[in-house]
Design a protein around this ligand. Structure first.
Ligand code: IVH
Length: 666
């Protein structure tokens, strides 16, 4: 670090700017294209900031392809039309083995002999064309009707896996075009939706439409905030490449993001296997695919095969069953959550979507029901893919006018809409539904982690009035528990032991278990680390809470109000009942001070939250993602991409046994 600073002082601004640009480009490529970060976010930000300052002081140093210039294009009301240099074609589709075998026969018939295929995943995003001139990105365009698309350069420049400049490749002309797909990674999509929900706004329906909407934003900063990703697969003209396989390798070398699951196959049986393999594994990916694309690999053979209408004869999309299906809304019921918020849920005529039967879909709030035009009896299209929560994509004949009930469907209490929020809330704190959800949340895995205390049991406890709030759990007797459905002598004792065993929770988990509005696991950990004890937090002022990093003033307000109201009383009752949240040790004074651990896969002797708490207790940090800064990766069965990344980075990887040995004597 000191060395870098020295260079900064002595170097000419222009030389330093050049150096910084190169470093930033290198790290953007490592992070966004290769998925293998080499430095921390903070270090990256420091480089970026230094370059931005230097450019502000010396505007002449700014180059169009500087990493600071990703967002910079003018916002425009309308996108200019662009004629593609060659039409952006579509693919013929095949849906079953017979159609694929027929394709293979046609291909071999036409070229007279054996053929290699290049197989790729069919990314469910939107097609994009990037034009480079003298190595600089000069234009990005959507597919449009295939002949004329829209100029979305300003927006696409903000996608960080898209290189703004590339090194020349021998044999490529000055102007060339790269085509591929822009998509919304599922995790980023769910993050965006969580943000929308937190702001009381409507969720986005599916990653593909949202990616398309993000690329066509009027304001490029919005596109830039969306974490879009790319996979490129076409280079035109092919320059030195003689095959599709060469193209993919060359694109990757040039710095484009290329899907790593590409494969060179011989014969149609291998094609069928590849298709089946990705049908099984499609939901392990962080994006949606709607099939695989099979391309005749060699360019000379492609040329021989030519085109029919608007599709090449040398390629075919071998599709999977669609993850959308049409059905009917039978009822719109309202569920009451732990904070009293009513959520409308549409009960559907069961329908199979993406391989799973969907019976219910959440419609989030009154506004969203009406924006979509959902009503009882409506024909609706449902989308569901992988881990994506099923949603209504569209309604055949939308109608407005659905209203939330004025009374809580569970307790009959008053339902109010608290402006400016769009949610409706049952304001009766004694509502049985809220009670049930609160106790269930209290016992859940990331919270007090009381195994075996599910909805069915809690419901009975509440109905019998033995449990009114979570503190009553600690007063239950064996005589009571054996009376519950599903319990006998032994199981009742087991449950009581588990409840008793949970009485010394780490402070962060305890705070999370309280269900303070807006306080999720991460915030609970932050508050615990900052205040150390429950008493310190309970007596903290609004200003002190607000001052905690990443706690906004809304959240601080909720926390303060929580402890001033019923929440403060509940904490008192929990402590009376024997719950003793463990004070946080001041960070940085343990055998693992300065060491970062990442846990992945399943641990057999303890839950992940326990392992993380253990490490924090020993002065270390528990992070959720692997980077070059990670000291130890503890991998159990089922570890996936994090383990792969750790192997690539040659990090210290421990199995559970080795981890237990490492901490045993600490
Ligand atoms: S090749 C002439 N490869 O699928 C062939 N397309 O139905 C051009 N797509 O518009 C396309 N993943 O948006 C190709 N690995 C892949 C693809 C892919 C997704 C999309 C692309 C295209 C559509 C064709």
């Amino acid at each position: 670090m000191t060395k870098k600073k020295k260079t900064a002082k002595v170097a000419e601004p222009s030389a330093r700017a050049q150096e910084l640009r190169e470093q930033i480009r290198h790290h953007e490529h490592a992070y966004y294209v290769l998925d293998l970060p080499e430095i921390s976010d903070a270090e990256f930000d420091a480089l970026f900031l230094e370059l931005r300052r230097l450019e502000e002081e010396n505007p002449k140093l700014i180059t169009a392809d500087s990493p600071t210039q990703r967002v910079g294009g003018e916002a425009s009301e309308q996108f200019a039309k662009v004629r593609h240099r060659s039409p952006m074609l579509s693919l013929q589709n095949a849906f079953d083995e017979d159609e694929i075998r027929a394709f293979d026969r046609r291909v071999r018939g036409a070229i007279g002999g054996d053929v290699h295929y290049c197989a790729e995943l069919k990314i469910d995003g939107l097609a994009i064309s990037l034009t480079y001139e003298h190595g600089r990105l000069i234009r990005a365009a959507t597919r449009g009707d295939g002949t004329v698309g829209e100029d979305v350069t300003a927006n696409v420049r903000t996608i960080r896996s898209v290189p703004l400049s590339v090194e020349p490749v021998a044999g490529l002309p000055d102007v060339f075009e790269v085509r591929g797909e822009v998509y919304f990674p599922i995790a980023a999509f769910e993050r965006l939706n969580a943000e929308m929900e937190a702001q009381g706004k409507a969720r986005y329906v599916n990653p593909r439409n949202t990616a398309a909407g993000s690329v066509r934003q009027i304001d490029p900063t919005v596109t830039g905030s969306r974490d879009l990703q790319t996979f490129m697969y076409t280079l035109d003209p092919g320059g030195p490449c003689r095959s599709q396989w060469d193209v993919l390798t060359t694109l990757a070398k040039m710095g484009f993001r290329v899907n790593k699951h590409r494969r060179r196959l011989t014969g149609i049986d291998e094609v069928l296997e590849y298709h089946a393999e990705w049908q099984r594994k499609r939901h392990e990916l962080d994006h949606e695919i709607d099939g695989v694309v099979i391309k005749v690999d060699r360019f000379d053979q492609q040329l021989e095969l030519g085109f029919v209408a608007r599709s090449p004869r040398w390629a075919i999309a071998f599709k999977y069953a669609p993850e959308e299906a049409e059905t009917e809304v039978e009822e719109i019921a309202c569920y009451v959550g732990r904070t009293g918020v009513l959520t409308p849920v549409a009960h559907l005529k069961p329908v199979i979507v993406g391989g799973v039967t969907v019976r219910n879909v959440t419609t989030h709030n009154e506004d969203q029901v009406n924006e979509k035009g959902v009503y009882v009896g409506a024909r609706v299209v449902i989308h569901r893919a992988g881990d994506v929560i099923p949603e209504i994509v569209s309604v055949k004949e939308p109608k407005q006018g659905w209203r939330m009930p004025a009374k809580c469907p569970v307790c009959g209490g008053e339902v109010v809409r608290e402006e400016p929020y769009i949610a409706h809330r049952c304001i009766n704190p004694f509502c049985a539904a809220q009670r049930l959800e609160r106790v269930r949340h209290f016992a859940s895995r990331g919270a007090m982690n009381i195994d075996g205390l599910g909805y069915a049991t809690i419901n009975q406890l509440i109905e019998r009035k033995w449990v009114v709030d979570p503190s009553d759990l600690f007063r239950l007797t064996k005589e009571q528990v054996v009376q519950l459905e599903g319990f006998a002598d032994k199981s009742a004792q087991k449950l009581l032991t588990r409840i008793a065993d949970s009485q010394r929770p780490p402070l962060g988990r305890f705070l999370y278990s309280l269900g303070i509005p807006q306080v999720g696991e991460a915030t609970a950990e932050l508050l615990a680390a900052e205040f150390g004890t429950i008493d310190a937090l309970r007596s903290a002022t609004l200003e002190q809470i607000d001052a905690v990093e990443s706690v906004g003033s809304n959240m601080a307000n909720e926390v303060r109000m929580y402890f001033e109201g019923h929440g403060g009383e509940l904490v008192g009752r929990l402590i009376e009942a024997g719950v003793l949240p463990q004070a946080m040790e001041a960070p940085g004074d343990g055998p693992f001070t300065g060491k970062t651990f990442v846990f992945t896969g399943t641990l057999e002797t303890m839950g992940r939250p326990d392992a993380e708490a253990l490490i924090r207790g020993l002065g270390g940090k528990a992070a959720s993602s692997v980077s070059a800064k990670t000291d130890y990766v503890v991998a159990g069965p089922g570890a996936g991409s994090k383990l792969e990344k750790a192997q690539k980075l040659k990090l210290n990887i421990l199995d559970e046994q080795q981890f237990l040995e490492l901490i045993r004597d600490k």
